[in-house]
Design a protein around this ligand. Structure first.
Ligand SMILES: Nc1ncnc2c1ncn2[C@@H]1O[C@H](COP(=O)(O)OP(=O)(O)OP(=O)(O)O)[C@@H](O)[C@H]1O
Length: 701
């Protein structure tokens, strides 16, 4: 290949010039301007052929000497479109002397030898063009995703990976729960096999603690990949050190492991999943994720849930936790799941940051007043009554921290809380680490270390991060501060799941909401057809698909929901501040989330089991919501059920990371799914749609 190209390139340059005689300067020939405006005495190929005539010198085809590639004098596109500014300034190419002086054209007669040479030359040119075309087609396109993803995170070697959950041996109870959840014949996915191989052994180096990043495409089972080593280790250490030998701790809650997640919904789902997996090994799992409700003890659903979990440290009437009672907790919590903010509140005390928030607010207002003195605002905080309380959680026992959706928790919105919490755990365990100034993470560049380079951070606990997307900022942060961290990545990282089909839908130019409605009805019409076919074949019935529609703005979510409602399509519309999110459970997503009842008490589970039994109208989209409209809020980590076969992306996502997570709510765990991307077919905005299409195709596995 390479030798062919060596031969080809000089010829290709000549041939290109040969084709565009209208626009180039010919090496050693007359300079032509535009087609027809000059009369070259012979074509370039003819003259080249002439130059190849055997002259007794070593100018045979095998050692073709062609003038080095001369830069075209102006852009190819500029000549036929007169009046347009050429993209590049027109620079006259230097006249390059022909390697062989050509014979005067008038006096030269074409004899047989020269005709043969010309034929040979034309064959070479044609061949070189073919090779060139093929090379262009085979060349990998420059990846349009480079600006978002760290594409250097290569997949981990997949040789000699366990292909069964029994190797290395899982605790029998854990294996049993896993089989109850996934089925008897389930096999580990790629990322789970990597986890089984690397996270079940003690670290080989002197370091006591594991540091690892688990990265694989959406829906590939990362939760199990980190929960198995975590739950197994928690149980193993519990068996090795019975309760009686543990330290008496002053706080009510003293978890041994934390899972951090960006939303309450995800925290609840993860806690439920961990609970199900640890059912047989009897670990105590708790979700600290109260919803975004007003901070008041009375409203706290978390408190009542905690109460039922850890009994007598709660006031039986008010549902409040009894703080500072001096009594050791009657039950310990092994694993606590929550958002970084919620966990900080438990650890530092509710309202720990209100003073700081008030200061920041005062600064913001005075800056605003300085800018616009006419609209002077009050500097002092309005009188607000918060329920401020003492810390409730101790971190001394924490031996595992899992950062789920790590790229979000280390992005500017979350990084401060995440790093504060990690630093607090390290301090509580007697090994303080420096806390970086806010927002410095995103500025870290992947540059060689210098004396001023950041010092690596070594946390005194097992530190696992996981995500389906590794942006450059996270990758650089990890390289700088956690250089020894192991990166385990699946081969399909930064690709859409292979079972997910992408479709592009064009706006008709009229009412966009009506376009969306039409597309929804088209999905259901296809379901009805498939159902009719399967009924004919006696196969199992096909259910009406459920659809998630992703918008960018709250107002759009509300407007679309109202429109579809008026057209007889009942929807669940969910935005960040929706009241339904304040209830402290995931019931607002019932019918969409997979196993939404996992973490409920048994009576609640029975109730929802009853509620899930097919009812009259349950397949009627006018009665039971089959469409969930939301923003990127729900695009992260949530495991939607297999009924979610379609994701509609109606507003262009902020970036391709966002796109990948939105699309990844369907096509999970090997289920088939479709992602429909809406965009303009022509006119204004169609350029962006084309760009999007290009980027999406780069994500298709
Ligand atoms: N080995 C397996 N065999 C079959 N199903 C599995 C297996 N592992 C996980 N699953 C199922 O796959 C689904 C997706 O798993 P999970 O939510 O952990 O994916 P994820 O990689 O964390 O996705 P995301 O990146 O969106 O957070 C779950 O319903 C889970 O039960």
């Amino acid at each position: 290949m390479s030798s062919a190209l060596h031969l080809v390139h000089p010829v290709r340059n000549v041939s290109t010039r040969c084709i565009h005689t209208s626009s180039v300067s010919l090496a050693g020939g007359r300079r032509t301007t535009r087609k027809g405006s000059a009369k070259p005495t012979s074509s370039l190929s003819t003259r080249l052929a002439k130059s190849l005539q055997p002259t007794g010198k070593a100018n045979k085809l095998g050692s073709l000497h062609v003038a080095p590639a001369a830069r075209p004098s102006f852009n190819r596109d500029s000549a036929p479109h007169r009046g347009r500014t050429p993209k590049e300034p027109s620079v006259a190419a230097p006249r390059i002397p022909s390697p062989i002086p050509s014979l005067p054209a008038k006096t030269q007669k074409k004899d047989n030898t020269s005709r043969n040479a010309e034929k040979k030359h034309l064959a070479v040119v044609a061949h070189s063009e073919r090779v060139e075309r093929r090379a262009t087609l085979c060349k990998p396109p420059s990846n349009p995703l480079e600006e978002h993803f760290d594409l250097s995170t290569s997949s981990s070697p997949t040789s000699a990976l366990p292909n069964d959950f029994t190797s290395p041996p899982l605790l029998p109870g854990l294996l049993q729960s896993l089989r109850e959840t996934l089925g008897d014949n389930s096999k580990p996915t790629g990322i789970q096999a990597l986890s089984l191989k690397h996270l079940f052994n003690q670290p080989e180096s002197e370091a006591k603690w594991k540091e690892c990043l688990l990265a694989s495409e959406t829906g590939s089972g990362k939760s199990i990949a980190y929960m198995l080593p975590l739950l197994q280790d928690l149980k193993r250490t519990e068996l090795q050190s019975p309760c009686s030998s543990r330290k008496l701790l002053s706080r009510s809650l003293n978890p041994r492991a934390l899972i951090l997640a960006p939303t309450h919904e995800l925290s609840r789902q993860l806690a439920g999943f961990a609970k199900k997996l640890s059912h047989n090994i009897k670990l105590r799992i708790m979700c600290a994720s109260q919803a975004n409700s007003h901070s008041s003890a009375r409203n706290s659903k978390t408190a009542s849930k905690m109460k039922s979990t850890i009994g007598d440290i709660f006031d039986s009437d008010s549902g409040e936790m009894t703080i500072g009672s001096g009594r050791p907790p009657s039950h310990e919590v092994d694993l606590l799941v929550g958002t970084p903010m919620k966990l900080l509140e438990l650890e530092r005390g509710r309202g720990w940051n209100w003073e700081q928030r008030a200061r920041e607010r005062a600064l913001r207002i005075s800056a605003q007043n300085a800018k616009d003195p006419d609209t002077t605002q009050e500097h002092s905080d309005p009188v607000r009554k918060f329920w401020v309380d003492e810390p409730e959680m101790g971190l001394e026992n924490v031996e595992w921290v899992i950062v789920d959706e790590a790229d979000v928790l280390f992005d500017p919105d979350f990084e401060e809380s995440t790093r504060k919490l990690l630093a607090d755990i390290a301090s509580a365990r007697g090994q303080p680490v420096p806390v970086l100034p806010t927002s410095s993470l995103s500025l870290i560049q992947d540059t060689p270390p210098t004396p001023d380079s950041p010092q690596p951070i070594s946390y005194p606990f097992n530190f696992l991060l996981t995500s389906a997307t590794i942006p450059n900022s996270l990758s650089n942060y990890l390289s700088s501060y956690h250089p020894t961290l192991i990166r385990l990545a699946s081969p399909k990282l930064h690709h859409l799941p292979s079972t997910l089909r992408t479709q592009h839908a064009k706006w008709t130019g009229g009412n966009k909401d009506a376009d969306i409605e039409r597309r929804i009805r088209r999905v259901w019409a296809e379901d009805a057809l498939a159902h009719a076919k399967s009924a004919l074949l006696g196969a199992s019935p096909v259910k009406l698909s459920k659809i998630i529609v992703f918008c960018n703005k709250r107002s759009k979510v509300e407007q679309l929901s109202a429109f579809l409602g008026s057209r007889g399509i009942t929807c669940v519309a969910l935005t960040g501040d929706a009241d339904s999110r304040k209830r402290g459970n995931n019931h607002h997503l019932d019918g969409f989330l997979k196993s939404a009842d996992l973490f409920q008490t048994s009576s609640a589970a029975q109730a929802s089991e009853k509620a899930r039994a097919p009812k009259a109208g349950s397949s009627n989209p006018a009665v039971t919501p089959h469409v969930l409209i939301t923003t990127s809020l729900l695009s992260r980590g949530l495991d939607f059920g297999p009924e979610i076969k379609n994701v509609f992306i109606v507003d262009e996502p902020r970036n391709m990371i966002d796109f990948l997570h939105r699309a990844g709510r369907a096509g999970r765990a090997g289920e088939a799914g479709n992602v429909v991307i809406f965009g303009r077919g022509e006119g204004r905005g169609s350029g962006r749609t084309d760009e999007m299409r290009k980027r999406v195709s780069a994500l298709v596995a």
